[in-house]
Design a protein around this ligand. Structure first.
Ligand code: SF4
Ligand code: SF4
Length: 407
């Protein structure tokens, strides 16, 4: 039996009904299928008990962006209430096949990467997409991310750089199977600073499972990740990550949702890659031997970066690069929200939320747009003609490791 607890994790009674969360929620602005953060969060929470959870279907429309938590002046952990409520509904009613498949995408990564480019051709095959939409409600008009034949894990077998100074790197499944160029850029930028990357044993962080209400399996993955990450911390290494969503899941959610209190030492030792490099700069230890990168770079702040509360270190870093003009778009949620955007019943919502991002991108010069989250980068390419890149690529170019635009 699912339990929606009422305890100090989410002080619903602190809600002063200011409706600031409602003003900022990207979903309620574009659909009336979602009742909104205040209603579904603290208002409903007052009627929840261990044995009697209100059956709230509308909570399924919450993207989990966590903007409501960031803006709430009373510190109500609204998104946590929503996620717990979603888990309760799923535990009672079961998880739909479509959501089970999406949250296990990490399992297909290995085979899809091994069989690329054939797997990519299959993912583009119109009858397959039509069938997936009809049978599983997977949106047919969305571009699926492609798989790379050489995964990041394969590439690191040829990585030979050695240094006394080391940092552990959690690269995540998207970098591993879909965009190894991000991982390569991280490793090469570290190398320019005399730092060797080490790679603890790792699997999917578990966020897609949690987001789809599968706490049990998320916990299994989390335990395996913790074995590798805690051992890296015991060896004296900080841990960097290049996906803000993976970082948030491991740093915050392993404890909050999965009750894995052994993850506590990670809170101070996990750094988002730009945060880590910016800290080097603040200690005068960052190599700033940059060449000019004459271009405008649009920059979209991911919601989960806001949720981490570490500021916007990628902007600081990119501003160090001569010739590079950074245009922060001033946008909030992109609408993609991980697996949410792949669901055909959510597709129109995803597109409607992404309109503001599309407008701002269209107004910005240049062909590149940076964002630290892979889902945001997917949405940038869905909604504009810009080429989406991780901000680490700007440093790769500034160090002259790759020509501008190269990976
Ligand atoms: S922002 Fe916080 S205090 Fe205001 S209505 Fe929402 S939950 Fe309540
Ligand atoms: S997490 Fe995002 S989508 Fe969900 S209620 Fe909060 S602001 Fe709205």
């Amino acid at each position: 039996m699912a339990v929606v607890r009422r305890d100090i994790h989410y002080p619903a009674d602190q809600c002063i009904k200011c409706t600031i969360c409602v003003e900022h929620c990207p979903v309620i602005k574009v659909t009336d299928k979602f009742l909104g953060p205040k209603q579904v969060g603290p208002d409903f929470q007052r009627f929840r008990s261990e044995n009697d959870d209100p059956h709230d279907v509308s909570v399924d429309y919450c993207t989990g962006c966590r903007i409501c938590d960031v803006v709430c002046p009373s510190g109500v952990n609204i998104s946590e209430l929503n996620i717990r409520s979603k888990i309760a509904v799923r535990e009672k009613e079961g998880i739909p096949i479509r959501d089970t498949l999406l949250s296990h995408a990490y399992m297909f990564g290995q085979i899809a990467s091994f069989t690329a480019p054939a797997a990519n051709a299959f993912l583009k095959f119109r009858p397959f997409r039509w069938l997936s939409d009809k049978m599983l409600h997977l949106e047919k008009s969305l571009r699926y991310p492609f798989y790379q034949r050489e995964s990041f894990e394969k590439w690191i077998r040829s990585y030979t750089f050695k240094s006394e100074r080391k940092v552990a790197y959690f690269y995540g499944c998207f970098t591993n199977y879909n965009d190894p160029s991000v991982g390569k850029a991280v490793v090469k930028v570290l190398e320019k600073n005399g730092i060797q990357a080490v790679f603890p044993r790792q699997e999917c962080c578990g966020l897609p499972l949690l987001g789809n209400g599968n706490v049990r399996e998320a916990r299994k993955l989390a335990r395996r990740n913790l074995a590798g990450l805690l051992s890296a911390v015991d060896d004296g290494y900080d841990i960097i990550y290049s996906s803000t969503s993976c970082g948030m899941m491991i740093r915050d959610d392993y404890i909050t949702y999965l009750d894995l209190y052994e993850a506590e030492p990670l809170f101070d030792r996990m750094k988002e890659v730009s945060e880590y490099l910016w800290e080097l700069h603040e200690k005068n230890e960052l190599n700033t031997d940059f060449i000019e990168v004459p271009m405008t770079m649009a920059y979209h702040i991911p919601c989960h970066l806001r949720s981490l509360g570490i500021g916007f270190p990628a902007i600081n870093l990119m501003n160090l690069i001569p010739g590079l003009t950074v245009r922060e778009l001033g946008t909030y949620c992109c609408g993609m929200a991980g697996t949410y955007g792949f669901k055909s019943d959510k597709y129109e919502i995803t597109r409607a939320i992404g309109q503001e991002l599309a407008r701002q991108l269209a107004k910005t010069d240049g062909i590149y747009a940076a964002s630290d989250c892979e889902a945001c980068r997917m949405q940038i390419e869905n909604m504009s003609t810009k080429k989406a890149v991780h901000p680490i690529k700007a440093l790769l170019w500034a160090y002259g490791i790759e020509p501008v635009g190269g990976v």
